[in-house]
Design a protein around this ligand. Structure first.
Ligand code: HT7
Ligand code: ZN
Length: 875
């Protein structure tokens, strides 16, 4: 397989200034005529061949400046159209291809989802539509004529602004022409055609442009678009207000489709979404879904500037648009909701998805240097760690210089296909900084580890703090250089108040941020009369792990007093993790220890502290997950012992505070549903109370929970109660499952939750149930959402059952991957990534996982996508 390397990047030899597309839609034979205005780039020697990319294409006709070229002047294959000796002057190439959208099960290029024609061109899907220079640094102005049967596709949408539309006389067909004045790479091209219903609104930009907004969905789903529309308008206003960025077309269209490989796509003026991230009503969507819709709508909208107006030079720069845009959507959600709770949720996500990636065979830098299949690099590292790197930049520069850097980046690179170097240069310039060492965050894979030791001297009233960083080897990177790590620090006095920092090394400390740039550095603080408690890495100021060994008393103190809410939560997590590790170690030796009563009591204090936001309380009482513990254990992992340790601690907490859980569950979240952060927080805490109540010794617990499942008037409460019934095997679970199924049978996204609840049950029969559910009428192997909700939830959300000691979970995933691989390689490759931490498992399980991976690797027909992941897992 070919490896693409960053160092091999060369600017394109030819440029395409204009693209005129004529797409005559037909289910199995869509005719695409592309007229390309091409010219040699400056410095291209005359006679340099022009090689256009294709993927599975067949050339029907070719005209060069209006004439058929001689057969020996070109070569056409499914993967390339080559002009051996193109003109040295600008020329026009007219290319006709015929493609089959109905047969396109990979969901890349032009395909059909429930009858709607739609496209997905990122990263390399445009080449499945026509031959093209399908690379992000070739920017063209597109005009698209779409033609289709009027009954089959009354709605015709393209990029940019609508130009004209009308019937085609004497036929059942009609057409629409769209023009996008903003030059763009092919990956941002889109068209949609189908029987769609629409919801409309408007937004007036601050410079007075009236933008017509529309969301297009399957007929009957219009009532579920209100939240998405509201989120869109808030996103547009926020981007103007916070970044000074306005929308730049007269229309903004969003289309929701049910078959989609990822979350959504930021095509210029025509965002296409997985319907999961558009449709929301209280009956079928949880608070979490509302949050996701808001965030994804914002994310795709924000791409209009960070991604579309300024795009990537090549796919190695993917984090340039994705990391930055995730940072922007996180900030948006923080402003819309509780900032600390959002930060906790984001860090939880980073630690559970990105840290394991960084710790295993799939580790790669935020900006990778090589890939075999670019689709496999839409990862937590590029997205979430990429966002953390931007966040650190803001921490290092301060809000003002960061804003100046962003403004310069937009000013300087509008219309460019840019690089990380160019992005960083703007911040270096605006902030007057040297960011050379900081740039290592983009280059070095792995999660840095910080060792912290401190010494307090009451005689001199000084505190010295020594920070030592290390970064282990990752694939292709044996040794690493020290990074620039911003460590936000608080010192807390005995009364619980912050002590002002008086650092000696003033040039290495900015406000409350220590700048760790060497392997080991000591920071000295004066005026510290009494031993302070350290609050390290406040707000999770860098994506690192910290080894500081504070005493349990100090952690309890932080949980009670830290002025940084993030670190209060972190202290609870550290306490719980420590306790779980102790219980785990004992269970591995066959012992069962008593649970630490101080931890249980401290969590009870948080639970009943009415001064704290319910959402925050829910986060504190939510114990680290099984996969989080596995990651911290790191080697020779026994998932069954993890599950037992976690279950033991949950039971201890449930038993100690059973009454409180029961009464809170009764009291909380009783207002009629509204998707705001305050109400959502109450529902989160209520759900958590039900989960603990289930493992308490309250006699009526099963009845109470079953009642919650029965009487819930919204999906958040219903699914929370149902999960508890099913996962705890309580009486009433089957009845509640059946009731849910009856209620939501006609709604696939709601049924996905029903699949997920059953797939994530930590009981021995779960795999058999998962397999049986694949034959349920609501399940569909061809729909990625269904597959992810059932099989994906089992492999990534049910550690103990996926890693069953008999290896049946691994074999099952291997079979599923083989089954899906030819149909939808991207989906298969994502699913097989669940093996990424196999080497950390205890030897017997590891050998079984390796066996399945090796068998897959031996399949001659494996797709490029899946083979890439499998072989990297085995390397
Ligand atoms: N930029 C979009 C990425 C995406 C994608 C990539 C590969 C295959 C299918 C895909 N669909 C969407 C989404 C985003 O990050 O905004
Ligand atoms: Zn994105």
């Amino acid at each position: 397989q070919t490896v693409v390397r960053l160092e091999d990047y060369r600017p394109p030899a030819y440029l395409i200034d204009r693209v005129d597309l004529d797409v005559r839609l037909h289910p199995s034979a869509t005719r695409v005529t592309a007229v390309l205005a091409i010219r040699p780039a400056e410095g291209t020697p005359a006679g340099t061949p022009l090689v256009l990319d294709g993927d599975g294409l067949r050339l029907e006709h070719l005209l060069l400046d209006g004439r058929s070229p001689e057969p020996e002047a070109y070569a056409a294959s499914p993967v390339a159209l080559t002009l051996h000796c193109p003109p040295a002057q600008p020329f026009r190439l007219e290319i006709e291809t015929v493609i089959n959208p109905e047969a396109n099960s990979a969901l890349m290029g032009l395909y059909r989802s429930s009858g709607t024609y739609c496209t997905q061109c990122e990263a390399e899907g445009f080449r499945r539509i026509t031959y093209f220079l399908d690379r992000p640094d070739v920017l063209a102005v597109y005009t698209t004529r779409i033609e289709a049967d009027r009954t089959e596709a009354p709605v015709l949408l393209g990029n940019g602004n609508p130009v004209e539309a009308g019937p085609i006389a004497g036929t059942e067909r009609h057409y629409a022409i769209w023009h996008d004045p903003h030059p763009k790479p092919a990956y941002l091209f889109a068209l949609v055609a189908g029987r769609l219903a629409s919801v409309h609104d408007t937004f007036t930009t601050r410079s007075g442009r009236l933008v017509r907004l529309a969301i297009h969905v399957e007929p009957g789903k219009e009532d579920m678009c209100g939240w998405a529309m509201d989120s869109l308008k808030r996103s547009m206003a926020w981007d103007e207000h916070v970044f000074g960025l306005e929308y730049d077309l007269d229309v903004f269209n969003i289309v929701a489709v049910s078959d989609f490989n990822m979350g959504a796509m930021e095509n210029k003026g025509l965002n296409i979404f997985n319907d999961k991230y558009v449709l929301a009503d209280p009956e079928t969507a949880t608070d979490q879904d509302y949050g996701h819709v808001e965030a994804v709508i914002a994310h795709e909208y924000f791409h209009n500037w960070t991604g579309n107006r300024i795009t990537c030079r090549d796919w190695f720069q993917l984090c340039l648009k994705e990391g930055l845009t995730v940072f922007r959507d996180q900030e948006f959600s923080s402003d819309m909701r509780s900032r600390p709770v959002k930060r906790i949720a984001d860090v939880r996500m980073l630690k559970s998805h990105q840290f394991p990636e960084d710790a295993g065979p799939l580790a790669h830098p935020v900006r990778p240097r090589a890939y075999r299949e670019i689709n496999n690099f839409y990862t937590a590292t590029v997205y979430e760690k990429g966002a953390e790197v931007v966040r650190m930049l803001k921490t290092l520069l301060g809000a003002e210089d960061f804003a100046a850097g962003m403004a310069l980046y937009i000013r300087r690179h509008d219309g460019d296909a840019a690089t990380i170097e160019q992005f960083l240069a703007c911040f270096a310039e605006a902030g007057g900084r040297d960011l050379e060492q900081f740039a290592l965050w983009y280059e070095q894979a792995g999660t840095p580890r910080l060792e912290v030791t401190s010494a307090h001297d009451p005689d001199t009233a000084t505190l010295s703090l020594t920070l030592t960083q290390s970064l282990g080897p990752t694939p292709g990177q044996a040794s690493k250089l020290p990074m620039l790590i911003p460590v936000r620090l608080g010192l807390i006095g005995p009364e619980g108040a912050d002590i002002g920092l008086r650092p000696r090394e003033r040039d290495r400390v900015q406000g409350d941020v220590l700048l760790l740039s060497e392997r080991s550095q000591t920071f000295t603080f004066d005026g510290v009369t009494e031993r302070p408690v350290l609050s390290l890495l406040r707000g999770f100021s860098a994506p690192v792990t910290v080894n500081a060994t504070p005493s349990p008393a100090d952690l309890l103190f932080l949980l009670q007093h830290d002025s940084d809410p993030f670190n209060r939560w972190q202290a609870a997590q550290d306490l719980a993790t420590r306790e779980l590790m102790r219980l785990y170690a004992a269970r591995r030796k066959g012992d069962v220890l008593a649970v630490d009563a101080a931890l249980v009591s401290a969590l009870g204090d948080v639970l009943t502290d009415e001064d704290l936001d319910p959402a925050f309380r829910a986060q504190v009482l939510h114990l680290p997950g099984e996969a989080d513990l596995a990651r911290d254990i790191g080697r020779d992992v026994d998932p069954d012992a993890i599950l037992s340790a976690r279950t033991q601690l949950r039971h201890a907490i449930g038993r100690a505070h059973g009454q409180t859980f029961a009464s809170l569950a009764d009291r909380l979240g009783r207002r009629p549903f509204a998707p705001d952060a305050a109400d959502a927080g109450e529902r989160a805490l209520k759900g958590l109370c039900l989960a603990y109540l289930a493992v308490s010794d309250q006699d009526t617990r099963a009845d109470i929970i079953a009642r919650h499942a029965r009487e819930a008037d919204n999906m958040t409460d219903r699914i929370a109660a149902l999960s508890v019934l099913v996962h705890e095997h309580l009486a009433g679970a089957d009845t509640a499952l059946a009731a849910f199924e009856r209620r939501h049978a006609g709604h696939p996204l709601a049924m996905d939750k029903w699949f997920t609840v059953q797939a994530t049950s930590p009981h021995a029969g779960t795999l058999t149930i998962v397999d049986a559910l694949t034959r349920h009428p609501a399940f569909d192997w061809t729909n990625p959402n269904r597959v992810r909700a059932l099989v994906g939830a089992f492999t990534t959300g049910n550690q103990s059952q996926f890693t069953r000691p008999d290896g049946a979970g691994f074999v099952y995933l291997g079979d599923v991957v083989e089954r899906l691989d030819q149909r939808n390689p991207q989906l298969a490759a994502r699913l097989v990534s669940a093996f990424r931490s196999w080497q950390a498992l205890e030897p017997k399980r590891a050998a079984l996982a390796e066996g399945v991976l090796s068998k897959l690797a031996g399949r001659a027909t494996l797709s490029k996508d899946t083979r890439d992941i499998v072989e990297r897992c085995l390397a």
